[in-house]
Design a binder for this molecule. Sequence first.
Ligand code: S3P
Length: 433
Amino acid sequence: MIQTINPASSLSGTVRLPGDKSISHRYAMLAAIAEGTTVIENFAASRDCHSTLGCLRSLGVEVEESGATVTVSGRGLRGLKEPDRVLDAGNSGTTIRLLSGILAGHPFESSITGDESLSNRPMGRIIRPLRQMGAEIESRDRELPPLRIRGGSLKGIRYTLPVASAQVKSCVLLAGLYGNAPTAVEETVPTRDHTEIALREFGAGLRKQGNWIEVDPQPRLKGRHLAAPADLSAAAFFLVAAALIPDAELSLPGVGLNARRRELLDYLIRAGLSLSIENETGIAGEPRGDLKACYSPDLLQRQLPPIHGELAASLIDEIPVLAVLGSQAAGGLTISDAKELRVKESDRISAIVANLQAMGAEVEEKPDGFTIQSARRLYGADIITRGDHRIAMAFAIAGLAAGGQTRIHDAECADVSFPGFWETLRMAAAPIK
Ligand code: S3P
């Protein structure tokens, strides 16, 4: 499907966002290996989180969905059933990497794969620690999916993450539940800690000491009643849109404010976005609050703060839309230390650079990022999304601020994280077709 975007003359209202994708995956997986029933409200409607639910069903887990409420009947720590088909993680890196940690603790053979994009994403990063723990894992050439996993009783390990990755950290911690001794993971660059928070909420023993996170083996996880906050990474598209469109004013209620993820908000405020955070509360260890963002002409007169080092890891999912913002900031934007972007749902460095250039921006590609020297007026263009949801949505926002019409190809890929994105945008922005 091609989605046409016209320049927006205004942007206002209350934006209803889907439940947080990262948190929903974790709640569903932990619910499956807990004892008793878990109810998850505001579960992410995303295609990715449905891939997780599909895999869990293939592993014998009863899952009921009623609107945004998901009820999972837990099967206990070792209670998953040997699947009679290949598990399909779809487009979802979180599904394949986290679930592999749990499968590594089960004494049966299973295979897990995904779509073309996922089949080209690196799995060596989880294969190595899981093998150290004693799981047998085979992959396609170059450590790519499908993965064949035969698990069982595992050894507790101490493991230093070679890449800044919440998915790898989570995979090892989840496998650590099946160890014969505690498992500890060291992360030198901090990443989102939803798994650590959720493990504690379900009753696991977990300690943090310096950069090390240690999980105790063999807990009895207990089913819970939970509610995911709205997804901050989905909010990012609208926060950037508010910054770009004259007189824009948007409210985004109940957005997740996990310390690692909210660095996005600190960054945008530092950049000059007029943004308020109100009614902060916490449910199940995950903070949330109401955001209000307004048009911020001052922000556009400056250079955006450079994104590098630990900040690049914290903002990794938001870089596509921050690049769009950077293309409209007078002093541009430099992004480095972000080579992980090359192994996301697409090579996002290349996709961002090619599409910004197609719209008339001056961007220089680097191995680990890119530089936008200064603002140039963007013009509507054909956006080749490479089936990557965050590229599609980021360039929809670029289209709102551009002259002429923008055509987003394969626009349905937005469903991977944000079903209803196009309707939500249409309701907030006038006029978009
Ligand atoms: C995620 C972690 C990040 C992020 C992805 C979701 C998670 O990936 O890019 O969208 O839910 O743990 P990495 O851990 O590979 O950096």
